[in-house]
Design a protein around this ligand. Structure first.
Ligand code: NAG
Ligand code: NAG
Ligand code: NAG
Ligand code: NAG
Ligand code: NAG
Ligand code: NAG
Ligand code: NAG
Ligand code: CU
Length: 609
């Protein structure tokens, strides 16, 4: 791509920065093959009370719609984001293309101001996906947009009449400060200042680490200030008698939301883009990173209806379902009269009739989906702890045992690094950003800095998540989908720390997903999820909680899949890297939480692309 028409732009950008001599291609991927679907995106600061960053100057980045199997190239330019940026293709498996995964610190250096990085990948799988920044907390600050991959052979296509761009619904939660600022405050104060907002029976269930101001759908929504409500709800338009595919994208950075259309039930037909056997529901919970496609039949009297979008505490920022022929929603007094801003505590607790809660419900892959591998070669146990206050269980001392993926790191024990009062971890290991992204390591990823699950190409790997904490953690994998073999609450580990053989696994038709919400502790019983990965995609891949504040404070690991006997074909030559810091950091990168060391915000001059 660097040899194409944009070459002059790079030269100019490099000159402007006065580092022409150091400019290098990043990485040289050659010219796009004939038929490549090309797009460009510009990441920039954005002036709005609700977000500080945006793609292409719109609250939600432009919708990219491609077909299954298309070769897609997206040229991402960083206009003016001083710490650098990068773009991740959430849900896309990027076979043999780990370099294009967009995680700053794992797959690339951040893109410097004025530079363009070209991502290229084959569109797979089909379904509802999205793109978002994977540098620091930038996606929660607004760098997100929808990515739809269509499939002419969708097994559920017969269930709907319309699949419209305006029915792609990007959900966001709204805050008064940036994710970085929220995190800095939490690190200073801890979570103690988060008052439980509900009935003690549901204490802490799904509450967020950051205060709720409201939600937006495609940049519209009700925002609740101290004294006044601002914003307009998004309007979903339908015609009586038709069946619509609504594509919900969990773009929230923190809160989980319950989606509940009034007076209508619906069918869930896909999770994370991948088709499932339809499940009927009146309401469903969606966590950060998840996608849910539903078919909603416009089979009620012509009118306006609220689609409630509420937190587990009942805070509601609904949108409108508008039937053609009904009053303009803005003028509909009966609609206004039925707006409920607070649905009350416990309104959204899973397990109620008609409420589908994916952390506690069974979904099956659509008929015709191949069975998962019936046996695993490797198994890892991964705890999801609040490391600020808890310690590893007895027996965990065997940290050298590879079942925990811990290699030479000392797990936290009841405290966070650097005196911080807030950190989330995996196996009590707080993720530490690399100074050189994993992809540039010539032989293997250094294992002393973070949790890294290693597999050889072709291995079948089980990951057993155990959640002893009071919050749900939506665990998201890059480069893969996993089979969700089991979810729920229970003590599922044997005395050796491994999955007890008595736990029932769905080995016939488990849902295939890239994000699984792992239930919080109920009473003293931990939540769990067991997932199976066929490790057929080489490279370093991120695997993390999708709640921005959790990932950013340490709940992050890598799955490194190494080809047997092949010398690391995913490695991008270091001399092709752009975004490489051109000055050494002034503060020690290790051990210090807070400030600019966190979450790969380099804050140093970066070599232009
Ligand atoms: C983003 O904006 C640029 C510049 O205006 C434009 O060329 C590009 O087509 C836009 N991208 C998309 C995906 O619409
Ligand atoms: C809200 O109202 C109170 C009392 O009337 C006032 O003191 C406060 O400044 C208002 N807050 C905002 C954000 O307007
Ligand atoms: C929606 O359901 C409520 C409660 O069942 C009912 O009172 C109302 O009339 C329904 N709305 C319409 C437009 O049918
Ligand atoms: C809504 O109300 C406004 C102001 O009262 C009016 O100008 C507008 O025509 C109304 N729209 C509809 C569709 O009735
Ligand atoms: C899961 O559902 C059961 C009832 O179906 C309920 O008792 C339990 O509390 C639910 N667990 C969670 C974590 O919501
Ligand atoms: C820890 O390691 C020792 C020695 O290898 C072994 O006897 C013991 O069973 C291990 N404990 C656990 C919980 O794995
Ligand atoms: C971790 O802390 C707990 C509780 O304070 C203590 O019992 C345990 O010995 C500590 N473990 C290690 C390895 O320091
Ligand atoms: Cu989390």
């Amino acid at each position: 791509m660097r040899r194409t028409s944009s070459a002059a732009f790079f030269a100019i950008a490099a000159l402007a920065l006065g580092t022409l001599a150091g400019a290098a291609n990043c990485p040289d991927i050659g010219n796009p093959p004939a038929g490549t679907r090309r797009f460009s995106l510009e990441a920039a600061n954005f002036a709005s009370p609700y977000q500080t960053l945006a793609y292409n100057g719109t609250a939600v980045g432009p919708l990219i719609r491609v077909a299954l199997g298309d070769t897609v190239q997206v040229d991402v330019t960083n206009k003016d984001i001083s710490g650098g940026t990068s773009t991740h293709w959430h849900g896309q498996e990027l076979l043999n293309s780990s370099w294009a995964d967009g995680v700053a610190g794992v797959n690339q250096y951040p893109i410097p101001v004025g530079s363009t990085f070209s991502y290229r990948f084959k569109a797979f799988p089909a379904g509802t996906h999205w793109y978002h920044s994977h540098t620091g907390g930038q996606y929660g600050d607004g760098l997100r947009g929808p990515l739809i991959v269509t499939d002419p052979n969708d097994p559920n296509a017969g269930l709907y009449d319309a699949d419209l761009d305006e029915h792609v619904l990007m959900l966001a939660d709204v805050f008064s400060t940036t994710v970085e600022a929220q995190l800095a405050k939490l690190e200073m104060q801890g979570m103690a200042n988060m008052k439980p907002l509900c009935d003690p029976a549901f204490l802490d269930q799904d509450i967020s680490d950051a205060p709720w101001l409201g939600a937006q759908v495609n940049g519209n929504g009700l925002i609740f200030g101290a004294n006044a409500t601002s914003g307009e709800p998004y309007v979903v338009k339908v015609q009586s008698g038709k069946r619509y595919r609504l594509r919900f994208i969990g773009g929230m950075s923190s809160w989980a939301l319950q989606i509940a259309p009034r007076n209508h039930t619906f069918s869930i037909i896909a999770l994370d883009g991948r088709p499932v056997e339809p499940v009927r529901a009146s309401s469903i919970l969606i966590s950060s990173g998840e996608r849910m496609d539903m078919v909603l039949e416009a089979n009620q009297p012509v009118a306006n209806y609220w689609i409630d979008l509420s937190t587990i505490n009942g805070f509601n920022a609904p949108i409108v379902l508008h039937y053609e022929g009904a009053a303009d929603p803005a003028n509909d007094t009966s609609l206004a009269a039925t707006l409920v801003k607070d649905l009350g505590c416990a309104s959204g607790i899973g397990g109620r009739p008609g409420v589908v809660d994916p952390k506690n419900a069974t979904f099956h892959a659509a008929a015709g989906t191949p069975k998962p591998p019936q046996k695993a070669d490797k198994q890892f146990t991964v705890y999801l702890p609040d490391a600020s206050a808890t310690s590893p269980p007895a027996g965990f001392a065997n940290a050298s045992s590879n079942i925990y993926g811990i290699n030479g790191v000392t797990p936290q024990n009841g405290s966070c690094p650097g005196g911080s009062k807030y950190c989330w971890a995996l196996n009590w290991v707080v993720f530490k950003p690399a100074s050189v992204p994993d992809i540039f390591y010539a032989s293997s990823v250094p294992t002393d800095r973070t949790l890294n699950l290693e597999a050889d190409l072709g291995d079948v790997v089980d990951v057993v998540f155990v959640n002893p904490s009071t919050m749900v953690h939506p665990m998201h994998i890059h480069g893969y989908a996993f089979s969700v073999l089991a979810t729920g609450n229970g003590d599922i580990l044997g005395p050796d720390g491994r999955l007890s053989p008595s736990v029932p696994l769905d080995l016939s038709a488990p849902a295939s997903r890239d994000t699984v919400p792992v239930a919080q502790v109920v009473g003293s019983t931990p939540g769990y999820a067991v997932v199976r990965i066929k490790a057929d995609n080489p490279g370093p891949w991120s695997f993390h909680c999708h709640i921005d504040l959790h990932a950013g404070s340490g709940m992050f690991m890598t799955l490194t899949v190494k080809p047997k006997g092949v010398a690391d074909p995913w490695i991008v030559p270091k001399d092709q890297a752009c975004g490489v810091p051109t000055a050494t950091p002034t503060a020690s990168r290790t051990g210090r939480r807070g400030g600019r060391d966190r979450a790969w915000v380099w804050g140093r001059p970066l070599r232009p692309c």
